[in-house]
Design a protein around this ligand. Structure first.
Ligand SMILES: Nc1nc2c(c(=O)[nH]1)N[C@H]1C(S)=C(S)[C@@H](COP(=O)(O)OP(=O)(O)OC[C@H]3O[C@@H](n4cnc5c(=O)[nH]c(N)nc54)[C@H](O)[C@@H]3O)O[C@H]1N2
Ligand SMILES: Nc1nc2c(c(=O)[nH]1)N[C@H]1C(S)=C(S)[C@@H](COP(=O)(O)OP(=O)(O)OC[C@H]3O[C@@H](n4cnc5c(=O)[nH]c(N)nc54)[C@H](O)[C@@H]3O)O[C@H]1N2
Ligand SMILES: [Mo]
Length: 923
């Protein structure tokens, strides 16, 4: 096809333009970057043409088709023909456009034009066009439509709609539907009274709006606008209310979002002191300009007066301000003393998955080289540790095989134990887009998450029963012959064993264990088998269970049996949690592995690392996070260095964790805020946030991306990497890294198989996906394409094992904990933004059936008890949860969610079982 169309051209304003298949006149013209671009208002790239505004009328002639000669057509929805001669500007066309714009102006109240020249982060194109074409409202401007006389809609903390400025071009309607997969807007009335509707109530706050802000990006007039950019909220009718008052000396920095593991590209616009706004980077291969409410709007924490600004040292039971010099010297001395008294194994570190690769790398190196301890771990342990271990075991690498771009080409997507529209909204939106273009979707989740409304099938299994379900699916796939025999023969091992293991009446047993109908299991297997390759997207509903590793391995069985792994539109795509949780593990902040997952006890690896570090830690692995907490409780660990992790709130079995922290002789915490963990520290070190430092984050598709500084840290706060370097030097390390780029150069040398070709110079704006072993290597979009990294892919035969929380006498309900869209993990950041107006507390979601049975009304205070603790919470009756299950988030410290969760961990990955706790309710 491509060759066939190559020599096909049209001419636009006299210049020859190559026609691509599917081109409209507008798309051909835009690609040709005309000096005189065709104006549009209602058109949105990526949506079907609306054609309503008629501004894009152009003149077309074609010798082959004399009928068309001189015809005026809409460029946005007219297919371009070979030989077309397109003229985009003639006196007629200009007059036409002026008239259209004048008519639109006519509908707006007098004076609007003079007070507003704003709109759309991408440009306010309506007002530019008004100027360019000299449009003017007619004399009779008192015919303002009734719809436009409504008050300004400001029910939402981030969005405002000024009906007076709306020209009902419908670009917001298309954007919301086609980009975000929401249906917030509608058009009401006709003719002069035509009006934009918001939800069913004309209020953002009552609508399904998720505050992605994309409508504001697109709005050509500024009718839809960011509230935090409104200069004067009270001045709608005053001329001072111009919505794009020029702010002096704004700068824009391209960097990477610091919230979740999607790693969206952002432009941070600041006035040098504060964030003015954050825009999605259109060129980013991750988000293509789209953002979620956190990435776009939840930046207020950065300027919070509660930021930590000086080092604080505990003296006489109080944290008092000290200089950095004192803090660093004190810390080095304390670490040295404890090591001398109790040995290196009495010290441990938790590196932060919110911080940079460079900070993570240096802290594990400090512990391994300056102190001689392998007790280094990171919060992937309490997150996707099971995923990493399972993938590494069966494929050879513990990361996603696929990329986010595979969502676009996927024919069938299985979302298992992940809630992307809330936890990874840009991925969630891309999945919805895939479904809109015809991809099949299966959701495997005990709860009715938003994506279940988009799914062909929802398998609402009982929490903690993934393995039984995935085994049953594998059995049906094999027995129905819906498997890829060539792939199995040439690329896998363990098939015969699996086939034998899956014999017997497994299907009915699984249906019973999981509470899922056999017919649904068969239907899901048929869909998966017929649509292969399939993209398997999973989350914590697999990882955070005592059968976490087994859950992920048995999901991989499905990926392998169907020949999906390593193929376009297929493979394993775990949705990694924090902004740098992938990188943190990559850097070797793991007790048994050096940078790049190299075993610390492998002689060859040791020789190589020694050639760079010049000093090595012991060969025996150190302790994982749960083990370090246990060891602290028992006095075996005396000193802990925690880099940005609020274990007091986020680790399971909180009562035990707090007791362990109390026992420490040294707790040092690098933090943005005074968290529950920091409050218990002996030394608190103020950290720079992601907007305030240089470095890199690695996202869930293995993409190492630059983090660039756009603001100074508050007070004396410092980037984590710098603090670690300086402490190492106080310990006599003699580290001379001048900047984070130099740290990355060393990382590339320590783990050349993954990062040999990575350098700041090469990362540019889009980053590089590892493995990237050499400077010539372009990075890897899809791993295991020809061959699994481990050689053959491993099919595993593992049985379902009930959780210790299943069927516990007197605790009849199963509590699931997880996330909601509006807040982020321990909430230190989002709780210091207007997101608190959107969600004010952690709600205990309870099914209408259980609520009725227990006599609990909506909003009632209820006491929830597990075998580990009891807390009081506010109930929300919700059909999202099935009878017998409850859901609770952990974003507010006062909820003490983790007082309820227990001590159980996956025996192999040590990931806690946050997803399943037996509880009972007392009203
Ligand atoms: N808004 C927001 N976004 C975030 C975060 C946040 O706090 N807020 N945190 C970030 C982090 S650190 C992470 S790790 C990710 C987490 O992202 P996700 O893994 O998507 O989030 P969770 O809500 O923890 O859990 C996912 C789903 O697992 C389901 N589940 C529970 N038990 C089971 C089970 O036994 N089997 C199956 N199949 N499903 C089960 C739950 O019902 C839930 O819908 O999100 C990241 N993004
Ligand atoms: N009940 C329950 N508990 C859970 C979970 C669950 O599903 N249920 N999920 C678990 C999961 S998946 C995770 S990942 C953990 C997350 O738990 P945490 O890691 O404790 O939570 P976060 O909010 O991601 O961030 C930790 C801290 O990092 C700080 N921070 C942010 N940026 C920086 C920086 O650049 N430098 C430094 N030094 N600090 C910074 C923030 O202020 C914050 O206090 O929670 C776990 N806990
Ligand atoms: Mo996480």
């Amino acid at each position: 096809m491509a060759e066939e169309t190559l020599d096909l051209t049209c001419s636009i304003n006299g210049a020859a333009v190559v026609i691509n298949s599917g081109d409209t006149i507008l798309s051909a013209a835009r690609r040709a970057s005309l000096a005189d671009p065709i104006p549009t208002l209602c058109y949105r790239e990526g949506s079907s043409p609306d054609g309503g505004c008629a501004l894009c009328l152009v003149k077309v002639s074609n010798d082959k088709d004399p009928d068309t000669t001189g015809r005026l057509v809409s460029a946005c929805h007219t297919a371009v023909q070979p030989g077309d001669r397109v003229t985009t500007r003639t006196p007629d066309i200009v007059r036409n456009r002026r008239e259209i714009l004048s008519l639109m102006l006519n509908e707006l109240p007098a004076g609007v034009a003079s007070r507003t020249r704003g709109g759309g982060r991408r440009g306010g194109d309506f007002w530019q066009l008004v100027d360019e074409y000299g449009a003017r409202a007619g004399k009779d401007t008192n015919t303002v439509a009734t719809g436009k006389q409504q008050p300004i809609e400001r029910s939402h903390p981030y969005l405002r709609f000024d009906p007076e400025l709306c020209v009902t071009c419908r670009r917001c309607v298309h954007t919301c539907e086609d980009l975000q997969g929401q249906f917030v807007f509608g058009i009401g009335n006709r003719g002069a009274d035509v009006q934009l509707l918001i939800g069913s109530n004309d209020r953002f706050a009552d609508s399904d709006c998720v505050a992605c802000g994309a409508c504001v990006d697109e709005c050509p007039t500024g009718a839809l606008f960011d509230r935090d950019r409104e200069p004067d909220l009270s001045s709608r009718r005053s001329s001072a209310g111009s919505s794009n008052r020029p702010l002096t000396s704004l700068t824009s920095v391209r960097t990477t979002c610091g919230y979740c593991g999607v790693g969206c590209g952002i432009h941070v616009v600041t006035d040098g002191m504060r964030v003015v706004r954050i825009d999605g980077a259109e060129a980013s291969p991750v988000n293509h300009g789209h953002l979620c409410a956190k990435g776009r709007y939840a930046h207020g924490f950065q300027a919070s007066p509660e930021r930590l600004t000086t080092p604080l040292l505990r003296q006489n039971d109080e944290l008092v301000e000290v200089s950095w010099e004192t803090a660093l010297a004190w810390l080095a001395e304390k670490l040295t003393t404890i090591r001398a008294e109790s040995g290196a194994e009495s010290l441990g570190a938790m590196t932060s998955s919110r911080s940079t690769n460079e900070a993570n790398y240096l802290l594990q190196k400090l512990f391994r080289t300056c102190l001689g301890s392998n007790n280094v771990d990171n919060c992937a342990r309490v997150c996707h540790a099971s995923t990493a271990l399972a993938l590494r075991t069966v494929t050879g690498t513990g990361a996603a095989s696929a990329s986010f771009a595979d969502i676009e080409s996927a024919q069938c997507i299985v979302v298992a134990g992940a809630n992307p529209t809330e936890a990874h909204p840009i991925v969630g939106a891309r999945i919805k887009q895939a479904v809109r273009r015809g991809a099949r979707l299966i959701v495997i989740d005990p709860r009715r998450i938003e994506l279940t409304e988009w799914a062909d099938l929802h398998l609402a299994l009982k929490p903690g029963t993934n393995v039984a379900l995935f085994n049953a699916l594998a059995k049906v796939l094999i027995e129905a012959g819906l498997i890829d025999h060539d792939y199995i023969d040439s690329r896998l091992e363990g098939f015969a064993a699996l086939q034998a293991f899956l014999a017997g009446d497994l299907l009915n047993e699984a249906a019973e264990v999981c509470g899922v109908d056999v017919r649904d299991i068969k239907a899901a297997a048929a869909l998966i088998g017929e649509a292969a390759p399939v993209l398997f997207v999973h989350g914590l509903g697999l990882s955070e269970l005592t059968q976490g590793t087994a859950s992920v391995m048995t999901l991989c069985n499905l990926g392998m049996l169907t020949g999906s792994i390593g193929k376009p539109g297929g493979g394993m795509l775990p949705l990694r949690g924090q902004n740098n949780v992938q990188g943190n593990a990559d850097m070797g902040a793991l007790p048994n592995l050096f940078t790049g997952y190299q075993p610390i006890n492998d002689p060859k690896v040791r020789e190589h690392v020694n050639s760079i570090w010049g000093i090595l830690p012991p060969e025996a692995p150190g302790l994982t996070i749960p083990e370090m907490i246990d060891a602290a409780a028992e006095g075996r660990i005396r000193g802990l260095w925690i880099q940005g992790e609020d274990v007091a709130q986020s680790d399971p079995n909180q009562t035990h964790v707090l007791g362990a922290l109390e026992k420490l002789d040294l707790l040092v915490v690098q933090e943005l805020f005074m968290t529950g963990t920091a409050e218990r520290a002996h030394l608190v070190l103020p950290a720079a946030a992601s907007l305030e430092q240089e470095g890199t984050f690695t996202n869930g598709e293995r993409r190492i991306q630059r983090v660039r500084q756009s603001l100074p840290p508050p007070g004396e706060a410092r980037p984590d990497w710098l603090v670690v370097r300086d402490v190492a030097n106080c310990l006599g390390a003699g580290w001379d890294y001048p900047d984070p780029a130099a740290v990355m150069d060393e990382i590339a040398r320590v783990a050349p198989h993954l990062f040999g070709g990575v350098s700041y110079a090469r990362l540019g704006d889009d980053g590089l996906q590892w493995p990237c072993p050499s400077p010539q290597h372009a990075g890897t979009m899809r791993v295991h394409e020809k061959k699994f990294i481990r050689g053959r892919g491993q099919l595993v035969s593992v049985d379902h094992v009930p959780s210790p929380e299943h069927d516990v006498d007197a605790y009849p309900l199963l509590l699931i904990t997880g996330r909601v869209l509006q807040h982020y993990n321990v909430g230190t950041m989002t709780r210091r933004t207007p997101h608190t107006e959107l969600v004010t507390k952690d709600w205990l979601e309870i099914s209408p059936e259980d609520a009725a049975r227990s006599g609990i009304s909506d909003q009632a205070r209820v006491r929830v008890e597990s075998r580990y603790g009891s807390v009081e919470l506010t109930a929300k009756i919700s059909a999202r949860v099935a009878p017998g299950t409850l859901f609770l988030s952990f974003h507010f410290p006062e909820s003490h969610t983790n007082v309820l969760t227990g001590p159980h961990v996956d025996p192999d990955s040590h990931c806690p079982e946050y997803k399943l706790t037996a509880v009972r309710l007392t009203a």
